[in-house]
Design a protein around this ligand. Structure first.
Ligand code: FES
Length: 170
């Protein structure tokens, strides 16, 4: 009498994979091996993607649309923390200063009660022309190129540092 659970149909001498405990272990290790290969392949693919991806730091474009001149009241200093600039409206015209402290790079703040730009990190102070009046900052705040665009907006180029003061008259 043959056992229906053992042997391949037609050849009971060859064990059926589904019925044999040893074969089940073999199948388990085969699946484990295939799974390991898939995981290793995915890891290698991810590593290769990271390796071949360019190491690029995406920075905001240097040219900023600061706003329309009537947004800046006369004799005002307006900080745009997103772009790190001050737009200053003065009797001579408009100009833009960098708002990042020249000491260690903290974002400064306009203090109207002091009529000064102050750095919260180590106490540097600048007047509204960007000249340092106190603290460890080694340089004045930079003046950036400003112009009036055709659409009536004041534009600031943060990559263009002026050597002499320039004002935009509107
Ligand atoms: S970072 Fe501004 S004073 Fe040090």
């Amino acid at each position: 009498m043959s056992d229906a659970k053992t042997g391949i149909p037609g050849n009971p001498a060859i064990p059926n994979d589904d019925d044999c405990a040893d074969c089940t272990r073999r199948q388990f290790f085969a699946k484990l091996g295939v799974g390991s290969l898939i995981v290793a392949g995915a890891g290698s693919g991810l590593f290769a993607y990271e390796y071949f991806s360019p190491n690029v730091l995406f920075e905001a474009p240097p040219i900023v649309k600061a706003g329309k001149p009537d947004q800046f009241p006369p004799n005002s200093v307006t900080l745009d923390p997103q772009s790190g600039i001050y737009l200053v409206s003065s009797a001579k015209g408009y100009y833009a200063l960098g708002a990042v402290c020249t000491h260690l790079g903290c974002l400064t703040a306009w203090k109207p009660e002091l009529d000064l730009i102050a750095c919260p990190c180590h106490g540097s102070r600048f007047n509204r022309d960007g000249i340092k009046v106190a603290g460890p900052a080694p340089q004045p705040l930079p003046w950036f190129k400003v112009w009036l665009a055709d659409d009536g907006y004041l534009m600031v180029d943060r990559s263009s540092i002026l050597k002499v003061q320039e004002f935009v008259k509107v």
